[in-house]
Design a protein around this ligand. Structure first.
Ligand code: GLY
Ligand code: MN
Ligand code: MN
Length: 432
């Protein structure tokens, strides 16, 4: 892992060398971020490090800290280590990045300015702009040209980043298996969520996005977080939950049902086959929107086969009825962010690709390229808000739809890595 990280850091430093050359800077400073206090309170929100800070190094828990990089010099890490008996004291940094940085510590926030070089007039600052930085004399604060350049290159993952995401998928898979057992044994939504966290010893603030733990009709709510605390005899369970490794994320969805609900089991399996089918179509150079169309072709066939509608699969697709049952995008880039940046960045100058007219919900608008990691997450849902305008229409089999309404819906989500000769599923080695 250390060697992979070394090569990753070389790639990052090289990207910054090019940026500094192109935009006439001699130094760049990244700020990890400040802790946030609840309005009129003294409680802190969980700290989330600046994303491009963790692109350099997996240093996730050091607010008010800096990375300083000057071309051809060893990068520096300056970490705040507050000496304060009220709080647990941060330990000296450990881990794979330590050998590649000159590391120093400071103890008092008031001394922040003294930690940085005295002259900053050719220095680019990147990070959250708190007021104190405005009079430090940086050449720029968050120059958008620099940010575009970094974000464009973040779409091409290093071997280290891919390995981190394999590990994140492995961790999340362990918790998925435990949560499935919790559901089958009759736990509530909240208990199932807690079982997920406990399985991997995560605090709630450590999951990369709020877990979606939905039973029965709630499976149709795409961003359901309102975990019910009471136990009831649930039939179906949709779990969309991830994990992280060195700041890189997994984003996995599975749907389950109690054994006796065979028709819904068949629907889950049809969606599962769609996920695998869409993945099998991935080709370098193909626009990602082709996969969105494939999702709708598959959804149309499912809607027809399960007799949600009594018209042909072709007609369902052509009349766009599949969007009523499958309204989301087929996926998105993933990496340091769950919805990783760069989904619409055409080049390093920041040229943006417009939303798809046909699929405005589709985040990822680019061609598929070597090094990309993205999710594939088709689903079929019974969403009454979408179906309501069609109530009573004869193309729909409302009896069948009503039978499935109690299960809510099914989504199956994996992540894939595109290399020059392979499309690697990062999720399946750990979870069926
Ligand atoms: N869990 C968020 C998503 O699937 O995009
Ligand atoms: Mn996703
Ligand atoms: Mn998800």
């Amino acid at each position: 892992m250390k060697n992979l990280y070394k090569n990753h850091l070389l790639k990052v430093l090289n990207t910054f060398d090019v940026i500094m050359q192109k935009h006439s800077y001699d130094q760049v400073i990244l700020y990890s971020g400040d802790e946030k206090v609840v309005y009129l309170d003294d409680n802190l929100y969980p700290f989330k490090v600046y994303i491009n800070f963790k692109y350099f190094a997996p240093v996730l828990n050091y607010p008010n800290s800096f990375i300083i990089y000057k071309s051809s010099e060893k990068p520096k890490l300056i970490l705040l280590q507050k000496i304060d008996f009220w709080d647990s004291q941060p330990h000296a940094l450990k881990g794979i990045c330590c050998d590649f940085f000159d590391i120093s510590y400071y103890n008092n926030l008031e001394d922040m300015r003294k930690q940085l070089p005295s002259k900053l007039k050719n220095t680019a600052f990147l990070g959250e702009e708190i007021i104190r930085f405005q009079n430090y004399g940086f050449k720029s604060l968050n120059n958008q040209k620099i940010i575009n350049h970094i974000h464009y290159h973040r779409c091409f993952k290093s071997q280290y980043e891919v390995e981190c995401m394999r590990k994140a998928n492995q961790i999340a898979s362990t918790a998925h298996k435990t949560a499935k057992e919790a559901f089958l044994s009759g736990k509530s939504e909240l208990q199932t969520h807690l079982a997920y966290l406990e399985a991997i010893a995560y605090k709630e603030a450590e999951v990369p996005y709020e877990n979606i733990v939905a039973f029965d009709e709630s499976c149709s709510i795409l961003h359901y977080h309102n975990y019910r605390k009471n136990k009831f005899l649930a039939k179906s369970f949709l779990l969309d939950a991830g994990a992280s490794y060195n700041g890189y994320h997994a984003d996995i969805t599975r749907t389950f049902a109690k054994k006796e609900y065979t028709a819904f089991h068949e629907l889950i399996e049809a969606v599962n086959q769609s996920t695998l089918n869409i993945i099998s179509k991935i080709k370098i150079g193909m626009n990602y929107e082709v996969l969105q169309e494939q999702m709708h072709l598959d959804a149309s066939a499912i809607i027809s086969n399960f007799k949600f509608m009594n018209i042909s699969s072709d007609e369902i697709y052509e009349k766009k009825y599949s969007k009523l049952f499958s309204p989301a995008g087929v996926g998105h880039y993933i990496g340091l962010q769950v919805h990783d940046i760069g989904n619409t960045l055409l080049d390093e100058n920041g040229t943006l690709i417009e939303k798809s007219k046909n699929h405005p919900r589709l985040r990822l608008r680019k061609n598929i390229e070597i090094g990309n990691v993205f999710t594939i997450e088709p689903g079929i849902y019974i969403i009454d808000q979408l179906l309501k305008p069609y109530y009573g229409k004869k193309e729909f089999n409302w009896d069948v739809i009503s039978k499935f309404r109690v299960f809510g819906g099914a989504r199956i989500e994996d992540s894939v890595y595109v290399s020059n000769n392979n499309v690697e599923n990062l999720t399946r080695p750990y979870l069926n």
